[in-house]
Design a protein around this ligand. Structure first.
Ligand code: CTP
Length: 469
């Protein structure tokens, strides 16, 4: 139907960009982008300067009921929505740069001009919509061969493509990650040369690409490339700084960057949860700050979980990541990621498991996934040992939850009741009693029920000189 409309109006139009790429790769296709080539005859006959908008309006009319067209005259673009499908229309454009200004002058152009100003050869292929050449692939930059060979490269000199829109550097790494493609050598060298230009791009656009890398089946591919070209140091210095191995007296510590990426891929294998993946990416960012050399035991990273947790909020703030419960969740994962291993390392006591359940709450299963993903030892025997201990922790978690219902722990005697019994207004004593009760229940000294909890409060209050009112 679109093809007929194009011919009837005497226009020349092509499907371009991501849709063509995904169709050839047999990936699920998304929105369709259509480029309409400007045509003198059409403009003279109709007196209209925006063939993209004209085609979109005619197509909408033809689709009839349920079709909706919106357009932006200033940009010469239009969008047609129909039963959840979306088609974007735009006139073919050419950009030229004057010598003394970085601001492009956008003017009408040919299909070739339009293809040249696209980011990658695999995104610059066009399929003709006119009936006489329907389905003909117009591919001046051999994008089809790059698709076959799994290569990301730019249609023009990569320095020009990347400086026109520096976000394309992130897109380059993102496509390499999603498609498991290799970045062509010259294109990669241009990433290294132009990396500083990423600073002019808004955080929102950067994070959008970074999250697409995070959601890929093997996010590590993207982080290795970002680190290799130097972009990671600019956008996520906390993670980039993990890429170091120090040696003293013949003892090396592991490279925590590659360890982190292994953990991230392990988590990605087992969960689609983007924020769990962020937790994996950031779980060790406290290590550089906490690193010490101890002549007796070697390298230590005491408290790296706590230091790391403290770094999450400023990082989320700077990167314009959400500052709501998703931040809290990532902080919690970073903070608690050593707990299950410490419990598994020693005797697995009820009290330690109860405290872990209390602090992790409903996120306990995600925390356990992260901790299991964190076992990256090359020593199979050690690995097996850890796994077995985790199994034990998991079993204990189930047993204790069944018995004590700690997961969404609400104290059986709360602050209001305490204030009522002793005729108090909010004060320090109420807090002391509440904490003492919580600790006693978590340590298994008092059952998690109202009666025994109340007796405990009475006893404790007596020692503090409080009287029942
Ligand atoms: N494009 C570009 N430079 C950009 C963004 C987009 O040249 N910075 C071009 C590419 O030809 C791209 C097309 O515009 O194929 C559509 O862009 P977009 O919808 O962002 O990307 P897709 O390629 O469709 O891929 P995805 O939907 O996965 O983002």
């Amino acid at each position: 139907m679109l093809s007929e409309t194009v011919d009837e109006m005497g226009l020349e139009a092509y499907i371009v960009g991501g849709y063509v790429r995904d169709m050839i790769l047999e990936r699920p296709s998304k929105d369709v982008d259509v480029v309409v080539v400007s045509n003198v005859e059409f403009m003279e006959k109709t007196g209209k300067a925006n063939p993209g908008i004209e085609l979109a309006m005619a197509f909408t009319k033809r689709l009839g009921k349920g079709a909706h067209c919106s357009y932006f005259k200033n940009f010469g673009t239009a969008q047609v929505k129909w039963h959840g499908e979306e088609v974007e229309f735009v006139g073919a454009r050419k950009e030229s740069y004057t010598r003394d200004s970085r601001k492009p002058i956008v003017e009408d152009g040919t299909l070739d001009d339009d293809q040249k100003r696209r980011d990658f050869t695999i995104n610059a292929m066009a399929l003709c919509l006119n009936a006489s050449r329907f389905g003909e692939l117009v591919d001046p930059f051999d994008g089809i061969y790059d698709l076959e060979d799994g290569i990301i490269s730019t249609p023009l000199d990569p320095d020009i493509t990347f400086s026109d829109d520096p976000l394309r550097m992130m897109r380059c790494v993102r496509f390499a990650t999603q498609l498991k493609f290799t970045i062509e050598e010259e294109t990669f060298a241009a990433l290294e040369r132009n990396k500083e230009r990423i600073k002019i791009i808004s955080q929102e656009r950067i994070i959008d690409e970074l999250n697409k890398i995070m959601k890929a089946p093997n996010p590590s591919i993207g982080f290795v490339e970002l680190q290799r070209c130097g972009l990671l140091e600019l956008i996520l210095p906390e993670v980039s700084a993990l890429d170091i191995v120090e040696e003293r007296n013949g003892r090396k510590h592991k490279n925590n960057f590659y360890h982190t990426l292994e953990v991230l891929d392990n988590v990605a294998k087992n969960s689609d949860n983007l924020w769990l993946r962020w937790g994996a990416l950031l779980h060790d960012i406290g290590k550089p700050k906490s690193k010490r050399w101890d002549p007796l035991v070697g390298w230590t990273f005491h408290n790296h979980n706590y230091l790391g947790m403290r770094m999450v909020k400023p990082l989320f703030h700077r990167m314009k990541l959400p500052l709501d419960e998703r931040l809290k969740y990532v902080e919690k994962l970073v903070d608690l990621h050593m707990r299950p291993i410490n419990i598994a390392d020693e005797e697995v006591t009820d009290s330690a498991v109860r405290r872990l359940l209390f602090e992790a709450g409903d996120d306990i299963d995600d925390l356990m996934l992260l901790c299991e993903a964190d076992i990256t030892s090359k020593n199979e025997q050690r690995k097996r040992g850890f796994r077995e201990n985790y199994q034990l922790v998991r079993q204990k978690l189930v047993d204790i939850e069944e018995k004590d219902r700690i997961r969404n722990f609400q104290p059986p005697v709360d602050g209001d009741e305490i204030m009522q019994i002793f005729g108090l207004t909010p004060c320090k004593e109420v807090g002391i009693l509440k904490t003492a009760l919580k600790d006693a229940i978590l340590d298994g000294e008092v059952p998690n029920d109202h009666e025994p909890a109340l007796s405990f409060i009475m006893e404790k209050a007596k020692t503090m000189g409080l009287e029942v009112k």
